[in-house]
Structure formats: C-alpha cells, structure tokens
Design a protein around this ligand. Structure first.
Ligand code: FES
Length: 147
C-alpha cells in the first residue's frame, strides 16, 4: 500500500478543518507544482498557539499533512511551531510517497505565512521567520470566501 495507516486516518478524518473567525494570523499559500492552495488560521495568546485550523484545495496528502501539522503545533510556543518542518510532519505520519513530499511543504509554508501575518499585525519580529514567497498567481482567495 502506498500510504501509511496514519496518512489514511488523517485523510479520512482530518483534524482541525475549518476557520478561526478571530484568528491572530492567517496564511494562504499556493503550490507551484500542482496549483493547490492551503490556508492556515492561528489563534495565538501569550506566545502560545491556542488553536490552529486549515482549509485546503489540495490533495489527500495535503489534507493529511495539514491535519497532522495543526495537531502538532497546538499548545506549542511560536518558536516550537517554527521548528516544525515538513519532514517532522511526514515522520509523524510514518512517511509519504516521494511524489507527495511537495504537498507537505504546502502545510509548512501556510503555517509560516500565518505566523508572518501574526507578526506583521502585532508589529513583532519572530526570530528565524522569513517572509512568505510572493505568488502572483495566488488570486484565488475568493475561493475560500464564497461559502
Ligand atoms: Fe497538490 Fe498534493 S498534489 S497538494
């Protein structure tokens, strides 16, 4: 079988799908390879990630990795969340097929973009956090707002 049981579980029963209305930071990124989109919402209080949710127009691997990534960062500090790489998320899922590795990057980048948004809004500097890549093709924000 190509996908681990954990990947299948998080794909079939994704955790933390949805949005946070009064989010502290929101990040949207697109994947240049497949054109899929990921949006991550974070609720941050006293430097701790109290809640994390996501929405995606992405494949099963993107759903599974964002489900796992949001689970892993809840209750963690910003610094801890920054250290969460797509590799760590893949390991927590017992691996992903090689062709699906880029999907896990989408979750990591959206998380960082949401942290960046939080830092910008609150005018703080988060050590080691790079600004999200500008993506001119990313004019699909309205896709998420049509509900
Ligand atoms: Fe696009 Fe996986 S194929 S996120």
């Amino acid at each position: 079988m190509e996908y681990s049981e954990k990947v299948m579980d998080h794909f079939m029963h994704p955790r933390n799908v949805g949005e946070i209305e009064d989010a502290s930071g929101v990040g949207t990124v697109g994947n240049a390879k497949c054109g899929d989109i990921m949006k991550v919402y974070l609720k941050i209080e006293d430097g701790i990630i109290q809640d994390a949710k996501f929405k995606t127009f992405g494949c099963g691997a993107a759903v599974a990795t964002s489900s796992m990534a949001t689970e892993l960062i809840k209750g963690r500090t910003i610094e801890e969340a920054l250290k969460l790489t797509n590799k760590a998320v893949m390991e927590a899922l017992d691996g992903l097929p090689k062709v699906k590795v880029h999907c896990s990057v989408l979750a990591e980048e959206a998380l960082r973009a949401a942290l960046w948004d939080y830092a910008k809004t609150n005018n703080i500097k988060i050590e080691g956090l790079e600004p999200p890549k500008e993506d001119d093709d990313l004019d699909h924000h309205d896709l998420f707002d049509e509900e």
